[in-house]
Design a protein around this ligand. Structure first.
Ligand code: NDP
Ligand code: 8X3
Length: 253
């Protein structure tokens, strides 16, 4: 196993949910973490909790110039990223495609695809030059399984999955690994965001479902990235035990 205490871990979307749990998991194992997100006060709280081993950057991943600027000029001792967790992302709305808000489609594409690509593009050359590193992307079961209202969100996660796989095609032999984590129903702020702040509706989705937790995802990321260097988990699809697959539907005339 690799020693996480030697890692520098960059996490986008560290102000909530999976990202915050991932920062805590790695910092708890002695790693340095770079925690980023748009909400400065959340980052300040995380920094107060994790101390000197945590460096924070207030950043909107849709601002690709800011992403590049921040991630290519990291201060020592945070400047050699071993693990990049491209996690920042969101779903907006669950309307059918013909009723969806185009600005919400744009925000999902800019965050989940463009922001994620900019993040990876900024850190990858350094990893290859050092001959080690691990890019972990947060995909989703929605990148594989279509569902009503999933439309552009699912499409962004299909992009993430294929980018991760194509990275592996390019990175073979460089010592740099890539893994796409693909969770199903997981209780975080994800659905509150998706339902535009309707916490009651979001809570209803998780009620009596014993969903995945943010700590479950953090453990999966921790496990894949600390595996011996010759092993790479390509994709990891995760669902709560309570979740299954839906049937296809036929709407009869
Ligand atoms: P949360 O809503 O709890 O956290 C999302 C994080 O993304 C926040 O830290 C948020 O920070 C950050 N973020 C959103 N937009 C931006 C932006 N433009 N720039 C920078 N950061 C941004 O959701 P989760 O933790 O559940 O989601 C994390 C990832 O996991 C997402 O990519 C999501 O699609 C994916 N996922 C989630 C599942 C779930 O059911 N929860 C299942 C499968 C995948 P801030 O608002 O401060 O910028
Ligand atoms: C989040 C999981 O099923 O709500 O990516 O799309 S799902």
């Amino acid at each position: 196993m690799l020693d996480p205490a030697r890692f520098t871990v960059l996490v986008t979307g560290a102000t909530a949910g999976f990202g915050a749990a991932i920062c805590r998991r790695f910092a708890g194992a002695g790693a340095r973490v770079i925690a980023t997100g748009r909400r400065a006060e959340r980052l300040d709280q995380l920094k107060a909790e994790l101390g000197e081993r945590c460096h924070t950057i207030v950043l909107d991943v849709r601002d690709t110039a800011a992403v590049r600027g921040a991630f290519t000029t990291l201060p020592a001792p945070f400047d050699e990223v071993d693990v990049c967790v491209a996690n920042a992302g969101l779903a907006l709305g669950l309307e059918p495609a013909h009723k969806a808000d185009f600005d919400e489609w744009r925000q999902m594409i800019e965050t989940n695809c463009l922001g994620l690509a900019a993040t990876i593009h900024a850190v990858l050359p350094g990893m290859v030059a050092r001959g080690r590193g691990h890019v972990v992307t947060l995909g989703s079961i929605a990148g594989d399984h279509a569902y009503p209202g999933g439309n552009v969100y699912g499409a962004t996660k299909a992009f993430v999955k294929l980018l991760a796989q194509n990275l592996r095609a390019d990175l073979a032999g460089t010592g740099v690994r890539a893994t796409n984590i693909e969770p199903g129903l997981a209780e975080t702020e994800f659905s509150v965001v998706r339902f535009h702040g309707d916490a009651e509706r979001a809570a209803g989705l998780y009620r009596n479902a014993d969903p995945i937790t943010a700590d479950d995802i953090a453990e999966a990321v921790f496990w894949t990235t600390t595996l011996p260097a010759h092993l790479d988990i390509v994709r990891m699809e995760m669902m709560p035990t309570s979740q299954g697959f839906g049937p296809t539907v036929v709407k009869r005339a």
